[in-house]
Design a protein around this ligand. Sequence first.
Ligand code: PEP
Ligand code: MG
Length: 322
Amino acid sequence: QLAEWAKLVNEPSISKDGVQVELVANIGTPKDVEGALHNGAEGVGLFRTEFLYMGRDELPSEEDQFAAYKAVLEGMEGRPVVVRTLDIGGDKKLSYLPLPEEMNPFLGHRAIRLCLDRTDIFRTQLRALLRASVYGKLKVMFPMIATLNEFREAKKLFLEEKDNLAKEGIPTADHIELGIMVEIPSTAVLADQFAKEVDFFSIGTNDLIQYTMAADRMNEQVSYLYQPYNPSILRLVKMVIDASHKEGKWTGMCGEMAGDETAVPLLLGLGLDEFSMSATSILKARSLIRKLSKAEMEKLAQEALQKSTVEEVIELVKNAVK
Ligand code: PEP
Ligand code: MG
């Protein structure tokens, strides 16, 4: 099997009936680029930037960040790279940035909420990203977006920094797609409105599942409620994909679910455009997609959406994909 997968490194991710999707990697540092390419990644679907801020005693400088973003963009040699802006707070704390203790950190002052409050931190990251944008195909994604106003505000700051750089005579790429993570149910429900303004969506199922089911993703005692195949989650995923396509935009997924064997047939059927996963899952997923018919998976997904429990969905997929 490993030998069979290895042959697919430079092959397209295309279904049996000729529909192409993109299989890309989740990475956490520039060092991960090598592994991504080695495993046949067609790009980076999620570059988590938290590593730049963690394990140190002060905020990373614009130069530090610029070097990291440039290294990834150059390393990916023109393939698309989706960089997620800082997603700190919640369970991820920084020693040099004391934040008040919160009763519910996962529902608290984190990610884009923190960045729109501490615009000094956010602007530094945006400048570093903009400066790096000339070294490859950069797309920028904002985490934990709950309202359209948050996206508009983040976009405004991005465009202001782009203007500032232009005035300083520093070049930036002409067009940089700006997207959002869909990981809060309000955003999935309102995806048709978001789709008019964002360039793309990337569904963050790790958080979307925990917020939809009201089940802490770290809590063992409620892990039985962490159900990627619950029809409610599949319906939200469908809403987001359909909304994006209606506006000519694309939808990816960068939560763990995107690389899961049971999920891939359903996601292909639901029309997902980009699957972002750990590098080591890419070739296996590509091999699977090349054996599936998109038209058949569409029917499978339609059936799954009509089921009432997670067990029924899993049973359905297992029987259809043997
Ligand atoms: C997610 O929430 O699905 C996601 C990809 O982000 P993280 O796991 O970093 O919260
Ligand atoms: Mg998340």
